[in-house]
Design a protein around this ligand. Sequence first.
Ligand code: PLP
Length: 423
Amino acid sequence: TTERSTFEERTPASAALFQRACRVMPGGDTRYSLAMHPYPSYVEKASGTRLYDADGNRLLDLIYNATSLIHGHVHPRVTEAIREQAGRATAVLAPNAAQIALAEQLCARVPSLQRLRFTNSGTEATMMMVKTARAFTGRDLVLKMDGSYHGTFDGMEINATAPGSARGVPYTAGVPANLADNVIVGSFNDTDGVVSLIEQYADRLAAVIVTPMASIGTWIPPTPGFLEAIRAATAAQDVLLLFDEVIAFRVAPGGAQQRYGVTPDLTAYGKVVGGGMPVGAYGGRADVMAVTDPAGGPRLAHAGTFNGNPVTAAAGLATLELLDAEAYQRLERVGELFADGLRDAFTDLDLPLAVRQVGSLVSVATTDRTPTGWAEVNAAMRLALLNRGVCGWGVFALPTVIDDAEIDEAVAAIHDALRVPAA
Ligand code: PLP
């Protein structure tokens, strides 16, 4: 309660905005998962590593629009690219060269991307990727990992009926129960279990979809051999392997598949590749992607008024051009520095929290699985951190522009926030 009253004292303008928002939007925000108690902090302006809320509070950002801004907020080169393209055309029902340049940049980085298509979100990218796999194989069944999030696409909003069960059930209202008939559920990092499901269902299975670094409330790196075993089992059974790299792409120039050395058939992208503008993309094997080519083969329609938007493409291209070898080195270093700082803080506080780090992605959790109550712990931590000038909770994505002093600042705030019992 003290954290809550401190927050309320610091943020009257956010409180008023939230009240206004609730009169026109259910829950006051369109991004349900980010609507936190007692109300969100409304951000008016952002620059580099900092957010400025409606009350003028200055916050150090540790999440950057759910990992999408790898060079921080309003980076001059990215902003210039957006401004330049916005002055020429924002959306036209015709292809554009900016889109080709971004596609070329992605294909050059990721050898498995022989062809790709753009969407407007990571959700649409995973949805189209799964549809493409079904269209190509002529099979309906898809294997996903329990608890994995692939966006708000109903076909994948399905988890196991019980831990360890391969049968699925929708995890949200509004998804027809029978969609779960098209999904079987494995367990991330359960190599033997997933391989035997692939073998058992091989003749009905279109694809296995996996986030190479699982996003299950926390980020979980693959245990050595897990991705390799799925790759071998799917290849042996003519089942497609789909990677969701909407977040994980940032961990190497060629994405998670380069970092872990496992090549999928198709990959979905989002976040970073749009440079802070709405984006999604997916692609991979040319023969598979050909099902979306209007010029031949079986038809899979993929329309979208804003697909391949030129402003997004310009921002994405500027962002990727800034991601040179030095930028990746910097991302590794800031990730390590931050993770080491957190480990020291948790040791000092005698807290049984694990810190996981892959490049600039750092997460904190109590166990490999998200325990019940973790969402509440995250929410309490978020409030305590906001009161200490930091925006973040159990998952953190650091940008190229954060400096060492800011990492110390973040660690100190987290140390202090966890010192007091969560109210
Ligand atoms: N897949 C993963 C792994 C994600 O983390 C997300 C978003 O957080 C998505 C898909 C969906 O992307 P979007 O929010 O752009 O629809």
